[in-house]
Every structure is written in C-alpha cells, then in structure tokens.
Design a protein around this ligand. Structure first.
Ligand code: NAG
Length: 226
C-alpha cells in the first residue's frame, strides 16, 4: 500500500515535472487567467525562443520619452496609463486593466546613457472599436506584427534585462528568422527590444516577463500567409 502510494506520488511528481518543463512556453501567465491579454498565434517554437504573430489590435501609450532607467521609465509610463484607464480620458470612461505592460527600449547609439522608451498597454477587446481618446495618450491600432520571444521570471531590474536580451539574440542567431529581425531592428533608433511584464509590483510569485524582438516578415521570404 505504502509502496503503491509512493509510486503514485512519484509518477504524479514526474508527470508534473514533465508538464512544467515541456510547457513552460505554452503555459499561460497566471495573470492572463484573471485579466485580458492580447492573443497571438505561435508560428514557431524554437530552442529558447518562440515566434508569435500578433494580429492588428489597439494599444495605448504616452508619447516616447527619454530616461536612463528601464524600471523608472516603466513606472512613469504606467502611471500615465493608469490614469487613462481610471477614467482620465475624454469619455471619463473606466477601462479594465490588461497585461502585459510593454516597454519598448531604443538604446541611444551615442555616448548618452539615455534610452528612448515607449510604454504601452493593450486596450481590452470590448473597447477597441471606440477607445476613449485622451490628451497625452496615443491610442491607435497597430499593424499585425511578429515577435521573437524569450520568457524569464524574477523582477525586471535595470541590471538583469541586458543578459536576457543577449540570450534571445544568441538563440535566434543563424536561424531563418535572424535576418528579418535584424532588418527590423536597424530602424530609426538602432537596436530595439521590448520588455513585457505580466505582474503588478506587489506580486512576488509566478512572475512572468518576456523580451520581445518585434519584426515584420510580410515582405520577406520567411513567411507566406496561408
Ligand atoms: C489572426 O488573424 C488570422 C487571420 O484572420 C486568424 O486566422 C487567426 O485566428 C487570428 N489569430 C488570433 C490569435 O486572433
């Protein structure tokens, strides 16, 4: 009996382990079971990365601004978005929170330590048809876009993002995606990446963050719409 129970426990544990390890990408961030997250299609599951396609959706963001800290910039941008969803908009309309908060980073290519940041929030599906305008918030529909994605846990800090960006870069190097991604990253601001954060600052467990390299393959040879 005891042995059988032990075996059962062990097999449960093992299957749990395999479930967890096999599906670390497929796993939906816990936040997305509580609040709406933008949906996407997984185009390719690579080694240490995933290629997603996001369809055209509406996002809101304060205008781009300079800062020296990703953490500070995210906080500043999020405060403005929070006011917006709390009703500080032309319709005095409250909007439900979504995840993730996405911080796009365009590091300066000069000697300055400042980067250009755009902090964005996905507008809930039910508000996408007629999202409330607001002064100081850009609300607009973005084109369909592809993303090379790397997941990581912990709290996002100014000193732990660089290694994640480098790891994503390394894992896509030499793959069929690398040239399309490089081409998109040689944009106006040089190398660009996004940090997507799914948790609020008071959650200590189950933290989910992602690095995104957004790119466009519509005109490339990499993807033919089926
Ligand atoms: C994205 O759009 C395509 C084409 O309309 C559709 O087939 C697909 O289901 C959509 N994906 C998501 C995640 O909504």
């Amino acid at each position: 009996m005891a042995v059988a129970l032990k075996k059962l426990k062990l097999s449960l544990l093992l299957s749990l382990f395999f479930l967890v390890s096999a599906s670390s990408f497929a796993k939906v961030p816990p936040t997305c079971r509580r609040i709406e997250c933008p949906s996407y299609d997984v185009i390719h599951a690579g080694d240490g990365y995933e290629i997603r396609r996001y369809n055209s959706t509406v996002w809101a963001s304060p205008p781009p601004f300079l800062d020296t800290s990703l953490v500070e910039a995210t906080r500043t941008g999020f405060r403005r978005l929070f006011d917006y969803i709390q009703g500080k908009n032309d319709y005095n309309q409250k909007i439900e929170m979504t995840a993730p908060v996405v911080t796009e980073v365009a590091p300066s290519d000069g000697p300055s330590s400042e980067s250009l940041f755009v902090v964005s929030f996905y507008v809930p599906r039910k508000n996408q048809v007629n999202p409330p305008p607001a002064s100081g918030i850009v609300v607009g529909r973005v084109k369909p876009v592809y993303a090379a994605v790397r997941k990581f846990g912990e709290f996002v800090r100014d000193n732990n993002v660089g290694e994640q960006v480098a790891a994503l870069k390394a894992s896509i190097a030499g793959t069929e995606w690398s040239s399309a991604i490089e081409k998109s990253q040689r944009g106006v601001h040089g190398s660009v990446y996004c940090v997507a954060q799914y948790n609020d600052p008071f959650e200590f467990d189950d933290r989910v963050n992602e690095i995104w390299f957004l790119f466009d393959v519509e005109n490339g040879r990499h993807f033919v719409e089926s």
